[in-house]
Design a protein around this ligand. Structure first.
Ligand code: SF4
Ligand code: SF4
Length: 364
């Protein structure tokens, strides 16, 4: 059934509605847990980076994007990130967009964020800053001395912007890896201390990491982070998503997603029904297009399709990839695609509604 559903999504919507767009190879960090590391880039990125004009041609081929993640590397390291974000907002019917960042160059990030907000009034925008531990652990993981202090400063200043722009939201993302799994309690205290008033997303390390041991995580430590979030939800100190009408639903969806990740890692879930390659897709900065960040099957390079994303997305190779994902009952814990899958599968919708009602009751 999901083969037909995914093919229909691709044919009707023409392009991925959840698009992860890599706009830069560069990064200010050298994280231990990074899969987008030199080795990965060397073996996977074969072409020159797309120019602004090439990104513009891609945007012109897209009718609508429901959610655009502008990422890298470090997307804010691009001098023209403001123009790039503006261009996508202008050329596509952009519903929401986000930039994840290490938060390292505070002034630069704040100034670019404010320009983006001013240029695109009313379009929900979120910046997510990574924070992986207390100062010592975070700096160790990130391999940059002032990375913790700068990230905290960036979060605080972004939070001030949040109070000026109703359509802006600030998230904190922590990746649980071998290097911070034993300090999850301290990590939770750190997040609470900085008085961040948005969503705290806890991701599980994945891929072939820069430091091979990063991937070695005891799931109980990951679950511990969930418990911190759950208890903050219960005692009313957890704010969750904001900035648009559906934001509280995203907070409820993330509760279901955290449970789902644990079930997947414990082998309690069946694979299949993944919407990567239909609703969700990835464009790397060399123009190669993939269903997700984990699979090696490429749709091809957008340059070979004259920057026409609908043509590439609905090619015979695209159909083969979608069918192959379903045939192999592919399964993983990638948070973005899990979110999409939860929203697509009716049984999870019921769970999300249940969590939303619980949140409403807690807040009433
Ligand atoms: S994990 Fe992100 S911030 Fe860290 S090195 Fe990789 S791309 Fe850069
Ligand atoms: S289950 Fe994971 S690896 Fe498989 S297609 Fe979906 S997102 Fe990609």
């Amino acid at each position: 059934m999901y083969k037909t559903i995914n093919k229909s999504f691709a044919r009707i919507l023409r392009t991925p509605q959840y698009l992860i767009l890599f706009v830069s190879n560069n990064c200010w960090m050298k994280c231990e847990h990074c899969w987008f590391n030199e080795e990965w880039k060397e073996s996977n990125l074969n072409e020159q980076s797309l120019t602004f004009e090439e990104f513009e041609k891609i945007a012109e081929s897209i009718k609508r994007i429901n959610f655009l993640s502008i990422t890298g590397g470090e997307a804010f390291s691009r001098d023209d990130i403001v123009e790039l974000a503006n261009m996508f907002a202008e050329k596509t019917k952009l519903n929401r967009y986000q930039i994840p960042t290490s938060g390292y160059l505070t002034d630069d990030i704040i100034s670019k964020t404010e320009k983006i907000l001013k240029n695109n009034p009313g379009i929900p925008f979120r910046v997510d800053v990574s924070l992986d531990g207390d100062e010592e652990t975070h700096n160790f993981i990130r391999n940059r001395k002032k990375s913790f202090a700068n990230a905290v400063e960036t979060i605080k200043r972004l939070n001030k912007l949040k109070h000026q722009y109703s359509y802006f939201d600030v998230g904190v993302i922590s990746t649980i890896s071998n290097q911070n799994q034993n300090i999850v309690d301290r990590l939770a205290e750190t997040i609470e201390d900085i008085k961040h008033d948005g969503e705290w997303m806890v991701n599980l390390v994945r891929g072939k990491t820069r430091a091979p041991k990063s991937i070695d995580v005891d799931l109980n430590n990951y679950i511990k982070a969930h418990k911190h979030i759950d208890s903050r939800i219960e005692n009313g100190t957890y704010k969750g998503h904001s900035g648009h009408i559906l934001a509280p639903w995203l907070t409820a969806k993330n509760i279901v997603r955290r449970n789902k990740i644990v079930n997947i890692v414990e082998g309690k879930c069946r694979g299949g029904a993944c919407s990567a390659g239909s609703l969700g897709g990835v464009i790397y900065n060399d123009g190669s297009v993939y269903p997700c960040e984990m699979l090696e099957h490429s749709f091809g390079n957008i340059r070979d399709f004259n920057y026409d994303l609908p043509k590439l997305w609905n090619s015979p190779q695209g159909d083969w990839i979608r069918n192959n994902i379903e045939d192999t009952k592919c399964i993983c814990t990638q948070e973005c695609f899990l979110s999409l899958n939860l929203l697509m599968q009716p049984k999870h919708l019921a769970e999300i509604i249940k969590e939303r009602i619980k949140l409403l009751n807690l807040n009433s």
